[in-house]
Design a protein around this ligand. Structure first.
Ligand SMILES: *Cc1c(COP(=O)(O)O)cnc(C)c1O
Length: 458
């Protein structure tokens, strides 16, 4: 097979800024060893997130000029609505400024105390919006997902047996929705199979419960199905996506992911009464029903993004990027979550820095070291983010895993950038024995990873 190449050429470029090791040492110290607090212009290659960081195409930029900024009935909304309906087949398309706004609308209507909402793995804003409503958010991903090395092809699947048991125990009337996140972001960007989507949908429907897809990376998931699930090799990504959506009654989506948007999203629903109530809430805080907090030009660019993301050449290249990066570092002895997910590579920091105790934050140390060595920014997904604290003793329990996520923005970096990142990782790996842990000197009450301050523990 020939080399899989970037399926685009570059028309506009943005310079990236090089810094010296000495500068980065100062910058990191001033940022209290928390790369969230580093200015973006002091980063050389930014793999903090794939959200809102995509490069838009010439066609998307061109469409922005013809965006219709009418308050009500904007032409751009109807283009957006038509495109989303074409892919999802869902009836009511409610535009929102980003995924979490769709979540807030949905869960303030169907959540509340005494309710329980299962998912393969809830993304953090999904969980936060469910819990804020007073409901419980539970993760029912398959057991194999906990083994970082297991090569299961659809490691994002929900365990159907656990779902049935869950609904039985909590009673169907207390489960206002069953969700599935495709791909499973909190679970390493792992795909969900069509068979699993179908089965979970059937279980929900047997109990009269609506089934909702968190569709942020629906196109990447569709392409994984094409590659890995028997019977789909000859279908187009769009046909596969349409089948995925055909099993659901509604969907939340951050168009900052698989629509190449810098901002945007939607809540899509089939049920008329629920959609009506969601639109009322939308007007209250987001905006009128034909813009929902977005500019007409954003809707215009997203309508095109939804088409571009389903292009087979693009998806082939997209999945090759994370696979390529994962293979490069694995060959050098670094352990990453297997198989590599769609949008990111997750390094196992526990095995990278076994000498650093979990509560001295090996993954945070690694994030810092990647910045120091090469100006690369990733994000800690470990005990800084997910340790739990006993409210009485104040004692912390570490998170299950200590991971560093290197997320790949869409269409932004080239293969040589990825080669460079792999070199930096392997350089840090060679000197792994020297690394020591960190301690927290300041933390906020909630979501501490965004603003915490650290210092070297010794
Ligand atoms: C990003 C994301 C969200 C939330 O979307 P925002 O646009 O960041 O508000 C929800 N679910 C998943 C799976 C995501 O990746």
């Amino acid at each position: 097979m020939r080399e899989i190449i970037e399926p685009f050429r570059i028309k506009v470029v943005e310079p990236i800024r090089f810094t010296s090791r000495e500068e980065r040492e100062r910058i990191l110290r001033e940022a209290h060893y928390n790369p969230f607090l580093i200015r973006a212009e002091d980063i050389l290659i930014d793999l903090l997130t794939d959200s809102g960081t995509s490069a838009m195409s010439a066609e998307q930029w061109g469409a922005m000029m013809v965006g219709d900024e009418s308050y009500a009935g904007s032409r751009s909304f109807f283009r957006f609505e038509e495109k989303v309906q074409e892919i999802t087949g869902l009836k009511h398309i409610i535009p929102v400024h980003q995924g979490r706004a769709a979540e807030r609308l949905l869960f303030s209507l169907i959540g509340g105390p005494g309710k329980h909402i299962p998912n393969n793995n809830h993304f953090d804003t999904t969980r936060a919006n469910i819990e804020y409503s007073g409901a419980c958010a539970d993760d029912l991903v398959i057991e194999e997902a906990k083994d970082l090395d297991s090569p299961v092809p659809f490691k994002g699947n929900m365990d159907p047996g656990r779902l049935s048991e869950y609904i039985r125990q909590r009673r169907p009337e207390n489960v206002p929705a069953v969700m599935l996140t495709v791909t499973n972001n909190a679970g390493g960007g792992q795909p969900v199979s069509m068979a699993n989507i179908r089965e979970v949908s059937e279980i929900a429907h047997e109990h009269g419960i609506p089934f909702i897809l968190d569709a942020c990376r629906f196109a990447e998931n569709a392409y994984f199905i094409k590659l890995r699930e028997p019977g789909y090799a000859d279908k187009t990504p769009k046909e596969i996506a349409r089948e995925m959506f055909s099993y659901c009654d509604g969907s939340t989506m951050s168009a900052k992911k698989d629509a190449f948007g810098n901002i945007g999203g939607f809540l899509a629903l089939n049920e008329d009464a629920l959609a009506e109530r969601a639109r009322t809430l939308l007007i209250l805080t987001e905006g009128f029903v034909t813009y929902g907090g977005l500019a007409g030009r954003d809707l215009e660019a997203l309508a095109i993004g939804f088409d571009e993301v389903l292009d087979e050449r693009y998806l082939e290249y997209r999945l090759a990027c994370s696979r390529y990066m994962a293979n490069k570092v694995t060959e050098g002895g670094v352990k990453v979550v297997q198989p590599p997910g769609g949008h990111a590579v997750y390094i196992d920091a526990k095995r990278f820095y076994p000498q650093i105790a979990p509560l001295e934050f090996p993954a945070q140390r690694l994030v810092c070291d990647l910045y120091l060595a090469g100006g690369v920014r990733g994000v800690e997904i470990g005990s800084v983010m997910f340790a739990t604290r006993d409210s009485e003793t104040g004692r912390e329990t570490p998170a299950q895993n200590e991971l560093v996520r290197l997320a790949l923005p869409r269409r932004v970096y080239t293969q040589s950038h990825v080669n460079y990142v792999a070199e930096v990782i392997l350089e840090v790996f060679e000197r792994r024995d020297e690394a020591t842990g960190l301690r927290i000197t300041y933390e906020a009450e909630m979501l501490r990873h965004f603003t915490a301050h650290f210092e070297p523990a010794r």
